[in-house]
Write a protein that binds this ligand. Structure first.
Ligand code: RP5
Length: 164
């Protein structure tokens, strides 16, 4: 199975990024985690992106806040799918990171999830890997069914509480 890389711009992003790591682990997807910054360690970020395909990765998650250029900078140096996670880490509540991550010029795609949307970023990476891995596809279907069952159970409790 291909690996998924989880890159964050700072260790201060970890509380959000951990949700992606946990989700990837739930699917037993081999995961590597790094701190690389588009601004503070641009050479390391570039080197990682340039060798990611030959190193066995199938998708890269890139989480950053503020002027969040990390996902775009990674995508500039690989043709693997890159999923950007804008992190709410500033006085602008993550809108700055969202716009910096999502507004990529044509030719260098970054699939951008919601502000702090780390779980969806991981699920999207698993979906990408599942195209060539039927067992992962089944695991995704199972999880979707389990999530649906949880919501139906919550609905049942609310209905019992309020509808006589
Ligand atoms: C961004 O700046 C990082 O991704 C982080 O969200 C934010 C703040 O970083 P620190 O100053 O906490 O290292 O580059």
């Amino acid at each position: 199975m291909n690996k998924v890389a989880v890159i964050m711009g700072s260790d201060s992003d970890l509380p959000i990024v951990e949700k992606a790591i946990t989700t990837l682990k739930e699917f037993n997807v081999p995961t590597e985690v790094h701190v690389f910054s588009a601004h503070r360690t641009p050479e390391e970020a570039r080197a990682f992106a340039m060798s990611a395909r030959e190193n066995g990765f199938g998708a890269i998650l890139a989480a950053a806040g503020k002027a969040a250029h990390l996902a775009g900078a990674i995508a500039a140096n690989t043709t693997l799918p890159v999923i950007g996670i804008p992190v709410k880490s500033s006085t602008l509540d993550g809108i700055d990171a969202l716009l910096s991550t999502v507004q990529m010029p044509s030719g260098i795609p970054v699939a951008t999830v919601a502000i702090d949307g780390a779980v969806n970023a991981a699920l999207l990476a698993v979906e990408i890997l599942s195209v060539s891995d039927p067992a992962l596809g089944k695991a995704l279907d199972d999880r979707r069914r389990a999530d649906t069952a949880k919501v139906l159970e919550k609905n049942k409790k609310i209905e019992e509480q309020f509808n006589q």
